[in-house]
Every structure is written in C-alpha cells, then in structure tokens.
Write a protein that binds this ligand. Structure first.
Ligand SMILES: NC(=O)c1ccc[n+]([C@@H]2O[C@H](COP(=O)([O-])OP(=O)(O)OC[C@H]3O[C@@H](n4cnc5c(N)ncnc54)[C@H](O)[C@@H]3O)[C@@H](O)[C@H]2O)c1
Length: 455
C-alpha cells in the first residue's frame, strides 16, 4: 500500500520505518528540514535501538522516503497523523495545534477516498474537532489508532505490538463485504496496513472514537499510578525501617500485581507520561469526574515529590547543603536506552542542585549532546570515568546498564568521597559498601546514613 506518515519524531519515524519493513511504500513528512534530511539519509535523528538498521533497509529497498512537503503524500491511500500533542503552555490540557495544522496542510493533497488515521495521544473529542476540518471532504474517512510503543524498545514494540486498537465511526466496521464477509472502510484499510501483524495473531480491537481516544491516556494513567504507588510506599518503608525493593519484589511475584512499573525510585518523566496524566486530569475535570481528576493530581504530586526528596537526600549526604560541593550525576535522559531529555527527572534534580550552589557534572551514554545546550548551569562529560573525578557525592539518576555495572572499586579510585545516592535502587548496595562506599537509596532504609556519618 501507499502510506504517508505525518510527523516523524519518536513515534512517526519508527512507525514509517516499520511500515516500510512490512512491504508498504511509505513517505514520511516532517516540518523540520534537518530531521527529514537526516531520516532520508537512513539515519535516525535520535537514539532508538534498531531504528538505524530499519531506516537503512527502507532506504535500500526504495520503499521509504522522507520530505518536508505534504504534497509528496498525495498518492497515499492511508495517512497516519503522528505529530506531537504536548502539554498546553497555560493549562494541563493537551495542545492540539500541531494536529490541526498537520491535517490542514494535508487537506489539499488528499486523494479521493483517502483514509486519515490519527496515532497521536489525544483527549476525548479530538476526532469530532478534526472532522470539522474534513467537513469539505465527505469522501475522506477518519479513524484513530492509538500507539503504545515505548522509547528504548520502540522498534520491537512496533514490529510485535501487544495489541492494535482501531477507533472507528460507531465502534464497528462500517459494513461487511457481502461476498467475503470482510470489513470495509477504516477497518478494512487498517487491516490491510497491519496484515502481517494480524496474520501473526496480534489482537485487534475495534471501538468507538471516545474509547480509542481514552484507551491510551487510561493506560498511561494506570502505569503512572503504579509507579507513584510504589514510590509513596517507598517513603513509608523509610519511615518504618523496611526495604522497598524487597517489598516490591515480593509483591510483583503475585501475577495479579506483576513486577513491571513496580520499582521505586526517582519517578517518571519524558515526553509522554507526565503530559498524558495531566491531559487525563483535565479531561476528567471537563467531563465532571472528580475522582479521576483528584487521583491524577495525587499521582503527579507523588511523582514530582520524588525529585524534591532526592534533592533533599543529596543535601543531607553533603552534610546539610550541596553548596560548594562537587556532585556527579550519572544519567541525563529521562530513562535508559533513549537520548530523549524531555522532562528528564535526572536533569531536573541536577539543575536544582546546581541552583543550590553545587558544582554538578553530568554524564550520559547518549544524551550529553542534547542536554548541554539547555542546561548552562551544568558541566557535562561524555564518559563516566571523567565525570567521577574528584566527586564528593555520586547520584545515579538514570539506570543505564553502564551505571548498573559500574565497578565500585574502580569508581572509588576516582572520587574524593565514596558516597552514592542510588535514586533508581539498582546498585548492589552490599558490593558497594564492601568497597567502603556509603550507599543510600529511596525507600531502602537499610542503607540509610545520617549526615554526620558522611562528613
Ligand atoms: N514518544 C513515544 O514514545 C510515544 C508513544 C506513543 C504515543 N506517542 C504520542 O505520539 C505523538 C508524537 O510524539 P513524539 O514523541 O513522536 O513527538 P515528537 O515531538 O518527537 O515528534 C513530533 C514530530 O512532528 C513534527 N511536526 C509538527 N508539526 C508538524 C506538521 N504540521 N507536519 C509534519 N510534521 C510536524 C515535529 O517536527 C516532530 O518531528 C504524541 O501525541 C505522543 O503522546 C508518543
């Protein structure tokens, strides 16, 4: 099939490359000329494992192109909208202006009978709003196909998704072909797009627009709830003298609970979860559902509180104030295996400590080049070995494998004081303590120390 993908960021670039790998002829359109040019060369403009290989393959087969010109999409039968829906600058709601301008830009180039499918994460009512833009083109069909990929495993998640969700008019295929019994309309178009995935048995759910719009927000709200729940319990563990990693490990063995997203630490950030739970909260307020609204407010507050707590613990480990201290931060991206620094908890904590007068050096395997421009108060080093030099306090804030596997003896040779705050609770505390390190985690009070102990 001929397909266009409008918006080639973390979601769109992966989607375009995945569709080309399935045999479709795909053009990706992005307003950013630098991004479009780099993608056209077959290299990803951001770090995502496996994406370079997929882009190079698409380029070599001639099935994958990129452009800044929406007219290049004119022969496509299906158009996927993958532009950003960030938090509005003045409220918790999602800003839909990129979506509106993407559709308006595409409108003059839509072929008769084309199908437009949104993949961006949007609030309820978005489809109704976009339908007004399409009012002059009753021949064009609109559908919603929310995306669940996770940065860091986005290629795998796209090639083998957990499920496919189709939001369609009325919540069911418009009609069935009387001869074959196969669905028609948006459902048929998406079935053709995802034919290899459906053949492999990936579940597909067809629902109405409001459900499709809410599924993704509700899924992210649930994941955020799980993270904030265990982080609230971590604080309880510290107060009670319990260890949250042992507690969550035991809880997670219950299949009704599961261990994923049940790991206490610095909390979530990035371009999705924070803005999605705020958009969910704003939707609940608009729709008059205070329980969801209050719930999301608490989840957000607990999450942001972890950053505050980490800054406070760092100050405590510095003997009361971080001012004048040399602090090394391991990790800048919002999570491992990505260079995305949008709403990064690590950089937020690092910047707050610098604002309090600490000399903060940050290192990250992939994100240094993106971060240094935006955080003038911080010093950046490309390697952990250099960043650790003469540190009086080490903070592990993003759990890259490289930092999980750091050798405590070797790291101990580089620092001035062997004190580490493991805000992701991933280090083997006993192994570090054996090498003379003072180790502190979040909710692991067995490693707690008083300020006096580290002076
Ligand atoms: N990043 C993820 O892991 C992920 C996962 C699932 C869903 N989503 C959702 O997908 C959407 C996109 O997220 P993202 O992380 O890829 O954002 P992003 O900022 O990385 O990418 C958006 C891209 O759209 C481009 N763009 C903006 N206006 C355009 C226009 N009019 N025409 C063409 N291109 C335009 C931008 O230049 C940018 O490259 C959001 O709604 C997000 O919530 C993201």
């Amino acid at each position: 099939m001929k397909i266009s993908v409008i918006g080639c960021g973390y979601l769109g670039a992966v989607h375009a490359a995945t569709l080309a790998s399935m045999g479709h002829s795909v053009v990706g359109i992005d307003v950013d000329p630098g991004k479009a040019a780099q993608l056209a060369q077959g290299t990803a403009p951001f770090h995502e494992p496996g994406l370079d290989e997929l882009l190079a393959h698409g380029r070599a087969t001639g099935r994958l192109r990129f452009s800044t010109d929406p007219a290049e999409a004119r022969t496509a039968q299906v158009h996927f909208l993958c532009v950003g829906t960030p938090q509005d600058k003045t409220s918790d709601a999602a800003d839909l202006t990129f979506l509106v301008s993407a559709l308006e830009g595409l409108l003059p180039h839509l072929a008769a009978g084309a199908v437009v499918v949104g993949k961006s994460t949007v609030p309820v009512g978005t489809v109704d709003m976009l339908r007004e833009i399409l009012a002059r083109r009753p021949d064009v069909l609109l559908g919603w196909n929310p995306e669940f990929l996770r940065q860091g495993t986005a290629v795998k998640d796209s090639l083998v998704p957990d499920r496919l969700v189709y939001g369609v008019e009325g919540g069911r295929p418009a009609a069935f072909n009387p001869h074959t019994g196969a669905p028609t309309g948006v459902t048929a178009a998406l079935d053709a797009v995802y034919e290899p995935l459906l053949a492999a048995g990936i579940p597909r759910l067809v629902c109405n627009f409001a459900t499709a719009e809410l599924i993704k927000s509700a899924a992210n709200a649930y994941l955020a709830t799980k993270v904030s729940f265990i982080n609230a319990v971590a604080e309880l563990c510290d107060a009670a003298g319990a260890d949250v990693t042992e507690l969550s490990g035991a809880m997670g063995l219950d299949p009704r609970i599961g261990s994923r997203y049940l790991h206490a630490g610095l909390g979530f950030g990035g371009g999705c979860l924070p803005k999605d739970i705020r958009s969910f909260r704003a939707q609940a307020a608009t729709l008059g559902v205070p329980a969801v609204e209050q719930w999301m407010r608490l989840v957000d507050a607990v999450n942001l509180g972890q950053r505050e707590r980490t800054v406070g613990l760092a100050a405590e480990l510095c003997g009361g104030t971080p001012a004048g201290r040399s602090i090394t931060v391991l990790g800048a991206s919002f999570k491992p295996d990505t260079d995305d620094i949008r709403d990064s908890p690590a950089l937020d904590v690092a910047d707050r400590l610098a604002a309090a007068g600490a000399h903060v050096t940050v290192t990250d395997p992939k994100a240094v080049n993106l971060a240094w421009r935006r955080y003038p108060r911080l010093r950046f080093e490309a390697s952990a070995a250099r960043a650790l030099q003469d540190a009086e306090l080490v903070l592990l804030l993003t759990e890259w494998d490289e930092y999980r596997q750091l050798c405590p003896a070797a790291a101990g040779q580089q620092v001035r004081r062997r004190v580490v705050l493991d805000a992701r609770n991933v280090l083997d505390a006993a192994a570090w303590q054996e090498q003379g390190w003072v180790v502190r985690g979040l909710g692991t009070s067995s490693g707690a120390v008083t300020a006096a102990a580290v002076r």
